[in-house]
Design a protein around this ligand. Structure first.
Ligand SMILES: *[C@@H]1O[C@H](CO)[C@@H](O)[C@H](O)[C@H]1NC(C)=O
Ligand SMILES: *[C@@H]1O[C@H](CO)[C@@H](O)[C@H](O)[C@H]1NC(C)=O
Ligand SMILES: *[C@@H]1O[C@H](CO)[C@@H](O)[C@H](O)[C@H]1NC(C)=O
Ligand SMILES: *[C@@H]1O[C@H](CO)[C@@H](O)[C@H](O)[C@H]1NC(C)=O
Ligand SMILES: *[C@@H]1O[C@H](CO)[C@@H](O)[C@H](O)[C@H]1NC(C)=O
Length: 671
């Protein structure tokens, strides 16, 4: 009650101050008149900065009333918000027609039927996963369409906001196995640094008769002792098994290898991934690590059973005698029948880490498609008795709050309609479903440029579908409201971003009729007029490829981002412009789209290298002018940039304000 009153008071006082502002704005207009646009511009950006600062806090009480708010602010929004009034470019060509495009779905069509699923060719790997991703995407999209009919959006969202996000949860073994149905619900998922501790005791081996596990003929059996700990995404899908974001399966007895092992895996839409097996050997030194930890630690195997007892003894002996020689001590398999264990699972930067009895045992890198906040259930099944389960350092805010908090559903940020004649530039921004804050920051910053507002430059976000339904629901709503999102209907996957690049070309050629096409990321700040100016230096009618171009780069053949010889057989990459900001001419885009439609386009998981490869091929028939400029900054921001990379939402707003207030491209080096 108290809170509601407070809100009421706040909104009353806001109304009053808005009225005062209107009055001041009106006086301002009368006194200063229309002859000093410079002053106007500065005044505006001050207001917009202010609006950004308070917008986040007032959001919850304001959700239903932006229309009103936008109207009240109208007297002091002279330049940018009313696209149809001001821009001189437009009024000089009054005959331009406007097109309305309602459907946010990309018209890029991926024909999966031609993909050879048995081919071992390195380039066909990506086609196989593209085919699968589009199939899943089709289902996801269908679900979304149905969802709209079933429930109103607001209703389904309102209920979620009631759910509490505890910082920690503890359950006794009795509650866990009885009422909890061997499941601990983590209402708001996990976050970086969250950890779950399980105290339990593996049961003695039992006779396994399930032929699927024992792989033996009927009447025969195997002695098996194993258990499964899983992080499940309880909220991501309706009507089917929840995805297993982490499946941790110690097999004390009964694995086909005859040795105790730990298997780890993920399972999405009932499809298991590739298992990571730890069999007692330490991961090789050249294998990728997870936050600096190896994926598998060594433990003593039966094959050297005596060794363990010996080394334990000699280790102690050496300590007592005081030898300096380093002695390695081998630990046994971390679980044994009927013995208590304390297992801790923690969420690191790069993956999950599992410690047993205080010792690191395995690490499992995160797989694409899932965020930590998706892990909303911990289950423990199999041959194990649970004493207690604790989860702590859990996130204290529900992730589904996030989209609403970041989006400002105000008409002023809507994309202006497309014109029915060619535009100078299409800027395609690669984005991910849950990057609501990033997209909003771009809308509030460089997408407010007058060239974008007048539709001479068109900017669109290219987003694929997310594994989580509620994110897709929000995304679709966002797309329908702002009109600046193109949804490429496949299940998002980092190795498939190249498909979004093709979708950008398709949109540029078939929808926006753009003369040139720029690709950037949602952490790229673009100086729209500077890019156009740079491109216009090249005589019209030339094919062009402008960006921060790498010559003679070689694929990394080892380490985390390794590219195999199957994926890229040649020693060098073709010359290619860095991904966060480059421009191609529409004839190149047209070539790319038609090759794609004819199933002739080679796809490589690095989208910028792919573009280099396609432009090189195009150049063999028609000369392309390559323009290299470091001002398409790759590693961050340089003063006098054309585009700047790795910019956070706050930096975007800061850079835009600097550009408006000081008229110069300056960096904002805060985080
Ligand atoms: C698919 O690839 C396999 C292996 O490269 C090849 O033997 C087979 O003929 C291909 N099938 C088609 C339809 O191209
Ligand atoms: C929201 O909650 C109300 C009451 O708590 C319930 O009647 C309604 O069915 C819920 N809506 C949804 C979509 O779950
Ligand atoms: C263990 O040690 C005993 C005696 O020292 C020996 O007979 C046996 O072969 C050893 N076993 C293994 C697996 O090395
Ligand atoms: C542009 O190039 C095309 C073909 O290369 C040519 O037909 C056309 O006349 C050129 N236009 C101009 C304005 O140079
Ligand atoms: C483009 O083609 C021309 C010949 O038509 C060639 O001289 C040039 O090296 C090519 N550029 C690149 C970057 O491949």
């Amino acid at each position: 009650m108290k809170r509601a009153k407070f809100d009421l008071f706040m909104s009353l006082s806001r109304q009053r101050s808005v009225q005062v502002l209107i009055l001041i704005g009106f006086l301002y207009v009368v006194l200063v008149g229309f002859e000093v646009p410079f002053v106007f511009r500065n005044g505006f950006s001050l207001v917009s900065q202010d609006g950004f600062g308070t917008g986040q806090f007032s959001k919850s009480s304001v959700l239903d009333s932006e229309e009103e708010l936008a109207d009240k602010k109208a007297p002091i929004r002279p330049l940018f918000d009313v696209p149809l009034q001001v821009p001189p470019i437009q009024s000089s060509k009054p005959e331009r027609n406007i097109r309305e495009i309602k459907n946010p779905l990309s018209s890029l069509f991926f024909d999966g039927s031609f993909v050879n699923m048995t081919s071992k060719d390195g380039f066909s790997g990506i086609l196989k996963s593209a085919k699968e991703a589009f199939e899943v995407g089709r289902k996801l999209w269908k679900e979304l369409e149905l969802h709209k009919k079933e429930v109103g959006f607001l209703e389904s969202n309102n209920n979620k906001t009631i759910e509490q996000c505890p910082h920690s949860i503890s359950m006794s073994g009795f509650d866990f196995q009885g009422k909890g149905k061997r499941m601990m619900v983590l209402p708001c998922g996990l976050t970086l640094g969250s950890h779950v501790t399980v105290v339990g005791r593996p049961k003695r081996a039992h006779q396994e008769h399930d032929p699927k596990i024992s792989l033996l003929k009927e009447g025969q059996f195997l002695m098996v002792s194993q258990f499964m700990m899983e992080l499940q995404g309880l909220k991501t899908v309706d009507g089917e098994d929840p995805p297993r974001i982490l499946h941790f399966n110690p097999r004390l007895k009964g694995d086909w290898s005859g040795k105790p092992v730990i298997e780890q895996n993920t399972c999405y839409r009932m499809q298991w991934g590739t298992a990571q097996r730890c069999e007692g050997w330490r991961s090789r030194d050249d294998e990728e690590t997870v936050d600096g930890q190896v994926k598998c630690e060594k433990w003593t195997r039966d094959d050297d059973a005596n060794h363990s007892e010996q080394s334990k003894a000699s280790w102690w002996l050496n300590r007592i005698v005081g030898r300096k020689k380093p002695v390695s001590f081998d630990w046994p398999f971390p679980f044994s029948e009927d013995k208590l264990f304390v297992l801790t699972l923690s969420a690191g930067l790069e993956g999950y880490h599992i410690n047993v009895d205080g010792r690191h045992v395995t690490s499992f890198p995160y797989r694409t498609g899932f965020a930590l906040e998706d892990a909303t259930g911990l289950s423990l099944n199999g041959d194990v008795d649970i004493d207690s389960v604790f989860a702590a350092s859990l996130p204290t805010s529900h992730p589904s709050f996030a989209p609403q908090r970041h989006l400002d559903m105000s008409n002023r940020w809507k994309a202006p309609p497309l014109l029915s004649q060619p535009v100078d530039l299409l800027i395609g921004v690669l984005s991910a479903g849950n990057h609501f804050a990033e997209r909003m920051a771009i809308r509030r910053s460089w997408m407010q440029h007058r060239l974008v507002k007048s539709s001479n430059v068109v900017a669109r976000f290219f987003v694929a579908l997310h594994g989580r339904k509620d994110i897709n629901v929000e995304l679709k709503k966002e797309a329908e409201f702002f009109g600046d999102i193109v949804i490429v209907p496949y299940m998002d996957n980092y190795d498939l971003v190249v498909l979004k690049t093709v979708a950008i070309c398709e949109y540029g050629v078939h929808v926006a009729f753009a003369k040139n096409i720029m690709k950037c990321d949602d952490d790229t700040f673009v100086r729209v007029d500077a890019v156009i100016k740079e491109v216009n230096k090249i005589p019209e009618n030339r094919s062009l490829y402008v960006g921060n171009i790498n010559y003679y780069h070689k694929p990394l053949r080892s380490g985390k981002w390794a590219v195999t010889y199957e994926e890229w057989p040649e020693e060098d990459y073709p010359p290619y412009a860095n991904g966060p900001g480059y421009v191609i001419s529409s004839d190149i885009a047209n070539f790319i789209v038609s090759e794609f439609d004819r199933h002739k386009l080679k796809l490589f998981k690095m989208e910028d290298v792919s573009m280099g490869m396609w432009v090189e091929k195009f150049n063999s028939t028609r000369h392309v002018q390559y323009v290299h400029s470091l001002k398409f900054s790759q590693a961050g921001c340089v003063d006098d940039y054309y585009s700047a990379h790795y910019q956070s939402p706050r930096q975007m707003i800061c850079m835009w304000n600097k550009l408006q207030q000081q008229g110069r491209p300056l960096c904002c080096n805060m985080r």
